[in-house]
Ligand binder design. Structure first.
Ligand SMILES: CC(C)(COP(=O)(O)OP(=O)(O)OC[C@H]1O[C@@H](n2cnc3c(N)ncnc32)[C@H](O)[C@@H]1OP(=O)(O)O)[C@@H](O)C(=O)NCCC(=O)NCCS
Length: 174
């Protein structure tokens, strides 16, 4: 994990990000304008995971009072299953702790088993459904929520995931 670092998303990352978007979502992905707008949105926070000076994954979320709404989480297919999404989620939750944000929510396609299992690992539960939410194929979305991340039980889960990631990083650096 030493070779990966997480930094603020900037305009210079966007061309690479658009390539990842296409690989992850096909034709129906965010446009350059959407990312540029988000980078100037005062309630947004966007981070990239960097490998050899290139963005290989990213997360974005909106901060609305004491809630965070995840808008995007994507990892380049060549870099998936290396726990980069988990590192991005941990980084985001750390920011929520610093900014006293208590709850995290997101929408995910009902067919996206991998992402759903990733969010469940982080203690998120599906508490609702938005019917025909995605315009490309009318697929519905699960609305997932964390519990209050300041609860002792959630903090223990967060610490456990963080420890596992540190151990994973140490083992992969040997
Ligand atoms: C979903 C996504 C962000 C995950 O990124 P990643 O870096 O590969 O994820 P990580 O390696 O950190 O974690 C993967 C976890 O997903 C789960 N997982 C992996 N493969 C899975 C599969 N085939 N089925 C179900 N769950 C799976 C496991 O819980 C795994 O954790 P583990 O390795 O500790 O067991 C990535 O696959 C992606 O960019 N997909 C396309 C875009 C997308 O769907 N984004 C989510 C939008 S809501």
């Amino acid at each position: 994990m030493q070779q990966f670092k997480i930094e603020q998303m900037e305009q210079k990352h966007i061309d690479t990000i658009l390539q990842i978007e296409e690989l992850c979502y096909g034709a129906h992905h965010w446009s350059k304008e959407s990312f540029l707008t988000e980078l100037n949105n005062k309630i947004s926070s966007y981070k990239c995971v960097i490998y050899e000076n290139k963005c290989v994954g990213y997360i974005g979320f909106w901060k609305i009072i004491d809630e965070a709404h995840i808008t995007n989480l994507s990892v380049h297919p060549d870099f998936q299953n290396k726990k980069l999404a988990q590192s991005l989620l941990l980084n985001m939750i750390e920011e929520c702790y610093k900014e006293k944000i208590k709850f995290i929510t997101l929408e995910v396609r009902v067919s996206n088993k991998k992402a759903i299992s990733l969010y469940e690992k982080f203690g998120f539960k599906s508490l609702g459904i938005r019917k025909n939410y995605y315009q490309d194929n009318n697929e519905s979305a699960f609305i997932m929520w964390s519990e209050n991340i300041f609860d002792k039980k959630y903090k223990e889960l967060y610490d456990r995931i963080k420890e596992n990631l540190i151990n994973y990083g140490n083992n992969n650096d040997k």
